[in-house]
Design a protein around this ligand. Structure first.
Ligand code: SF4
Length: 339
């Protein structure tokens, strides 16, 4: 919902303050698709709102994996820019991966979104509406979105005010009612952002993309490392753990011949050893096809995992969802642009 435009209509009509709450209840609670369905509002108010779209997003493309049911949605925004969101079903979980920006300025060299550059930040409403879209899709099956991860297009810590505001709406009982512990922010290692998340009053999860155990390799694949080195990122992570007492996740995308050697697994174990056992490393199989990077073979990922585990660090291999529908961030938007 576009709260700013809705509020303008309410102000023009001098509606009482509780009307905004009624509208929130219609949109987030009743999950209306058109104002006509908002029968708690007067006919006059519904007519006055008719030019304000119920959602800030228009679905422009939808793809569903035949293999695992993952759904990827491409949305057009009011200014014709495009973003993506993904819903990953896994057992009882329905995890939605949301975008926080149109494009991204961070230019990680293995990432489709990074090649687009940054177009603009998303508003809190545009972020929440991605989750709401999937809530509406799941409703006929009596299912709900269970988890939200900020791992789509964009760097959440570069748009943290709007990201925090969106999390408040998702978490609020007047909003989507999703538990804070079911919401995760993933950052490429923006140190001031990690420090702000540590101060945030809601108990959300944090994942930090490390992707290499040494500054030389990390700087090669993640330009952000030149601004915030591994040492600075880990210092902020140490403070985060001290302040929050919450588990911290390190993401590590496996790129053949770049960051996946036995020596690098040893180095990763050494770099993270004083974090044991409060952290978890998630190894991410790479499956994009736009770049010169190649995926690490499964056996080599498992060997890497066993070395990290032997160092006493919990380490999992992430399940690759939606490979057949280009579900990695930025892929679908780029593919469609190419076409
Ligand atoms: S991996 Fe994340 S931070 Fe890096 S360019 Fe892609 S969207 Fe941006």
């Amino acid at each position: 919902m576009d709260r700013e435009r809705i509020q303008k209509v309410l102000d023009e009509r001098k509606e009482p303050a509780f009307r905004a709450k009624q509208i929130m209840a219609a949109i987030y609670g009743q999950r209306i698709s058109s104002w006509e369905q908002a029968t708690s509002l007067s006919k006059e108010l519904r007519d006055a709102l008719v030019d304000v779209p119920v959602s800030t997003l228009t679905l422009s493309h939808r793809a569903q994996s035949k293999k695992d049911g993952t759904v990827k949605a491409l949305f057009t925004l009011a200014d014709d820019k495009e973003i993506e969101a993904v819903m990953i079903p896994n057992g009882d979980f329905r995890t939605v991966c949301v975008s926080s920006q149109v494009g991204c300025a961070m230019k990680c060299s293995f990432c489709a979104t990074g090649t687009m550059g940054l177009k603009r930040n998303l508003s809190a409403d545009e972020i929440v509406d991605q989750v709401l879209f999937f809530e509406k899709e799941l409703a006929p099956k009596n299912e709900r979105v269970t988890n939200v991860v900020f791992m789509g297009m964009g760097e959440p810590c570069a748009n943290l005010d709007n990201v925090f505001e969106s999390i408040r709406i998702m978490n609020s009982k007047d909003g989507l009612g999703i538990g804070a512990r079911k919401i995760s922010i993933s950052t490429c290692g923006i140190v001031p952002g990690i420090r702000r998340i540590a101060e945030f009053d809601l108990q959300i999860n944090l994942a930090v993309s490390l992707h290499a155990p040494t500054d030389d390799v990390r700087s090669e694949i993640m330009p952000v490392n030149k601004a915030y080195s591994i040492g600075q990122v880990l210092d902020a992570c140490r403070d985060y753990l001290r302040q929050t007492n919450r588990k911290l996740f390190f993401e590590y995308v496996m790129l053949s011949g770049i960051n996946d050697s036995i020596e690098q697994a040893d180095e990763l174990g050494a770099v993270l050893k004083d974090f044991r056992p409060l952290i978890q490393v998630n190894l991410i199989p790479f499956h994009q096809s736009f770049f010169e990077f190649r995926p690490t073979a499964r056996a080599a990922i498992e060997r890497f995992q066993s070395i990290v585990l032997a160092a006493g660090i919990p380490c999992t291999i992430r399940h690759s969802a939606g490979v057949d529908i280009a579900a990695a961030c930025g892929q679908l938007a780029l593919e469609r642009k190419d076409k």
